[in-house]
Design a protein around this ligand. Structure first.
Ligand SMILES: [Zn+2]
Ligand SMILES: [Zn+2]
Length: 347
């Protein structure tokens, strides 16, 4: 199995997880063009991606999602609530006329009915086609921003447009106008295992300020990799999900003192510190010291804040917590970056 972190932090998150037969992208939080560029640098061929899996709808996890999925023509896996939140966020409802709003409500009702019917059969949905009818080209989009960021970057619309052009050419006009159109949507539920190819995936709920945020455990070929970022604290279900993991990508977002004394407005500080915000270096260290079973070959520290953390602080904090369990073969600590892909970790 292989993990390649393409980007990690409040300006964009994306990680490739692959077995010898299956390759998926977890989150698409950079522009399509930048994701393709980073995959090229990291030696990951985008043409061999089987699917995109989304943790939650914050812009630093979905910025390039629609364009990339359309370009590669691959399905996107969400929880139903996350998908609905994502569609809502791309649907500029504030400028809707009353008639359009009624139309929208009717559309939602129909979508729910389709969802119920589909659950009984393939469980595969493509709601996007109908949603174009409440798209309004004149409206401004209001995108939910991760609480770790006072002003998160979004994908550059001009660049995205050119990246999207090829994929959009063959679509009917209604779908062309719909920013939430995807080639296919599949739903999973937190706590319920599912498979993509030979990758066995267990999603688990994480406490974060989003519709239905999830972390994941991936298993194939006897190796287990886990991804847990964007969580306000470590609840028991997350602690138990992170047992017997070989490669663990774990959040180490901020240094408490730096955040308290740092530049963010008080309201943003409160959100980051809250039970649905982000894990501090200190909280991560406490987990590593008290609850972590010590079995990973690699611990990748991720989603480091650029304003309220320093890589050296995050590293020292984790290293002290791991103590003498850190060896040449076990518990090697690696830091994921915002600006460049990390070397692939292969087990
Ligand atoms: Zn995030
Ligand atoms: Zn988030």
């Amino acid at each position: 199995m292989r993990m390649t972190v393409l980007a990690s932090g409040s300006k964009g998150n994306s990680t490739v997880i692959s077995s010898s037969r299956t390759k998926i992208l977890v989150d698409a939080g950079l522009s399509c063009r930048e994701l393709l560029r980073r995959m090229a640098i990291a030696g990951e061929d985008p043409a061999t991606l089987d699917a995109i899996l989304i943790t939650h709808e914050h812009i630093d996890h979905v910025a390039g999602l629609a364009v990339l999925a359309r370009r590669l023509n691959i399905p996107v896996f969400f929880t139903e609530s996350t998908h609905r939140a994502w569609v809502r966020m791309l649907t500029p409802r504030t400028t809707m006329s009353y008639a359009k709003w009624l139309d929208h409500l009717q559309q939602e009702k129909e979508s729910r009915a389709i969802a119920i019917i589909s659950e009984g059969s393939a469980g595969v949905l493509n709601l996007a086609a109908g949603e174009s009818r409440f798209n309004d080209a004149n409206a401004t989009l209001k995108l939910p921003v991760d609480p770790d960021s006072a002003d998160s970057d979004t994908a550059d619309p001009d660049i995205e447009e050119s990246c999207d052009a090829d994929a959009q050419q063959s679509l009917p006009p209604k779908e062309k106008a719909n920013p939430a159109h995807l080639p296919a949507v599949e739903y999973f539920q937190a706590g319920t295992r599912f498979c993509i190819g030979d990758l066995d995936i267990t999603p688990f709920t994480i406490p974060h300020d989003a519709a239905d945020p999830c972390g994941f455990v991936f298993e194939a070929e006897g190796i287990r990799m886990a991804l847990a970022t964007d969580l306000g604290y470590m609840p028991p279900n997350v602690k138990s999900a992170l047992k017997c993991i070989d490669v663990l990508l774990l959040e180490s977002n901020h240094d408490l003192e730096m955040l308290r004394d740092g530049p963010y407005p008080w309201s943003v500080k409160q959100r980051v510190l809250s039970r649905v915000g982000h894990l501090s270096n200190e909280a991560t260290a406490e987990f590593l010291q008290k609850d972590y079973d010590g079995g990973a070959a690699y611990i990748v520290l991720g989603h480091l804040s650029e304003s309220n953390n320093v890589p050296a602080l995050a590293r020292i904090s984790a290293e002290q917590a791991i103590g003498d369990r850190m060896t040449l073969l076990g518990n090697r600590i690696v830091l994921a970056h915002q600006g460049t892909p990390l070397d692939s970790i292969c087990l």
